[in-house]
Design a binder for this molecule. Structure first.
Ligand SMILES: *[C@@H]1O[C@H](CO)[C@@H](O)[C@H](O)[C@H]1NC(C)=O
Ligand SMILES: *[C@@H]1O[C@H](CO)[C@@H](O)[C@H](O)[C@H]1NC(C)=O
Ligand SMILES: *[C@@H]1O[C@H](CO)[C@@H](O)[C@H](O)[C@H]1NC(C)=O
Ligand SMILES: *[C@@H]1O[C@H](CO)[C@@H](O)[C@H](O)[C@H]1NC(C)=O
Ligand SMILES: *[C@@H]1O[C@H](CO)[C@@H](O)[C@H](O)[C@H]1NC(C)=O
Ligand SMILES: *[C@@H]1O[C@H](CO)[C@@H](O)[C@H](O)[C@H]1NC(C)=O
Ligand SMILES: *[C@@H]1O[C@H](CO)[C@@H](O)[C@H](O)[C@H]1NC(C)=O
Ligand SMILES: *[C@@H]1O[C@H](CO)[C@@H](O)[C@H](O)[C@H]1NC(C)=O
Length: 327
């Protein structure tokens, strides 16, 4: 990478060489050099590139995959007829808190958030069922889902074993983090499946219901979301808690990402009800903020800085302080 040169640096080259000698001393031996040998000091390092990149994300909180060769529909193998799809019908906005966008169980991450909504990772950590692939238009092309997350019937540890057998709401998710659309938003395909004895087919209206029962739980509704009546003006909000983390979840239904259709949708012979299409074309976009943390979660603010960046920030500061003091 070419670094911009500043003529001001040339006059301090001898000092910079001395500084390099210091950098080569044992104290600095384990730290990464902030610049190639013989080059002037690097410009001040910046906030995590990932973090800035994600702040370029459209105000919607995601890049529409359809704008760059992707799709809001998954690829499903062995459908009848071949080539049918399932809808990606929930998105966690990139403007959610950084920690909850990370696919981990710790620090209030995505898995802990799913658990707060009543969902968990697969039975005993074993993936069961087929894979589906999605292309989020981020340059990664089609990828199998990152993981499958299932309704946990009230038990985050083994409850998803029951879902595998009895059926229920389940989620496949992918993260939009490829080089050409690095929002960090989490894209989820939800559907309510039948028991394993019925080959995990989808219940009537099971895409819209899978989405809406998820939203109903994520926003702590006391009554069901009226699936036949939601529109692109619908919004819901509420809080969920797990492991000491409390989340504020705000959901907005968005049209235009998917079509209101049965054409090309998996199980389109059995899913549509009331003469309406298999999917209503709405995507629930949820923005999640962490509003409570366990007392022992540590006081350091989570700003998206990485340790190595803090380190490379510290070295030029030490150096410039020393250069200023040197005769
Ligand atoms: C995706 O899943 C299919 C099985 O459904 C498997 O054949 C394929 O290798 C997987 N692709 C990747 C990249 O893991
Ligand atoms: C679908 O099948 C093809 C061919 O067997 C395979 O390459 C692909 O990975 C499969 N995709 C999924 C999502 O299972
Ligand atoms: C929460 O999810 C469960 C399981 O899918 C569902 O039975 C229930 O109706 C949902 N609650 C709301 C308020 O949507
Ligand atoms: C949906 O809308 C219809 C007609 O507008 C109304 O009769 C029905 O009660 C509504 N359903 C719910 C669950 O709100
Ligand atoms: C909602 O959908 C209607 C068409 O059904 C469209 O005219 C309108 O622009 C949409 N509004 C938003 C905010 O997307
Ligand atoms: C995606 O884009 C294509 C044009 O590239 C358009 O025909 C199609 O309707 C779009 N899909 C949706 C769901 O808007
Ligand atoms: C289901 O999708 C297929 C493939 O696009 C289409 O040929 C068929 O007409 C659809 N069925 C219904 C009931 O909409
Ligand atoms: C989808 O289309 C049906 C008519 O086929 C209509 O009744 C329904 O209101 C539409 N849903 C949305 C969310 O636009």
């Amino acid at each position: 990478m070419h670094r911009p040169h500043s003529s001001a640096f040339h006059s301090i080259r001898p000092r910079a060489l001395l500084a390099l000698a210091i950098l080569a001393s044992p104290v600095f031996a384990s730290l990464p050099l902030p610049m190639p040998a013989g080059e002037p000091p690097a410009p001040p390092p910046q906030v995590d590139v990932d973090f800035l990149e994600r702040r370029k994300t459209p105000s919607t909180g995601y890049y529409d995959p359809n704008n760059s060769g992707g799709a809001m529909l998954t690829l499903v193998n062995n459908t009848y007829p071949p080539g049918l799809h399932e809808p990606i019908n929930v998105i966690m906005s990139a403007y959610s808190d950084w920690d909850v966008l990370q696919p981990v169980t710790t620090d209030g991450g995505l898995i802990n958030w799913f658990q707060s909504v009543g969902f968990s990772t697969e039975c005993l950590g074993q993936h069961s069922g087929d894979n589906q692939a999605a292309n989020l238009g981020d340059g990664h092309g089609y990828l199998n889902q990152t993981a499958v997350i299932r309704w946990d019937y009230g038990d985050a540890t083994v409850g998803t074993c029951e879902e595998t057998i009895e059926g229920g709401d389940h989620i496949r998710y992918w993260i939009q983090n490829g080089p050409s659309a690095d929002s960090g938003a989490v894209f989820m395909a939800l559907s309510y499946e039948m028991p394993i004895a019925q080959q995990h087919n989808i219940v009537p209206n099971g895409y819209n219901l899978g989405r809406d029962w998820f939203v109903g739980n994520a926003t702590a509704q006391s009554s069901l979301i009226p699936s036949l009546n939601v529109t692109n003006a619908s919004s819901y909000s509420g809080e969920t808690t797990f492991n000491g983390y409390t989340y504020s979840n705000s959901v907005t239904y968005v049209s235009g990402l998917l079509q209101n259709t049965s054409i090309g949708i998996n199980h389109n012979d059995s899913v549509p009800i009331d003469g309406k299409p298999a999917i209503d074309g709405l995507v629930a976009v949820v923005e999640v903020k962490i509003v409570g943390k366990p007392a022992n979660s540590g006081a350091l603010p989570q700003l998206g800085f990485s340790t190595s960046l803090l380190t490379s920030l510290a070295i030029p500061l030490l150096l410039s302080g020393w250069l200023a003091l040197a005769p």
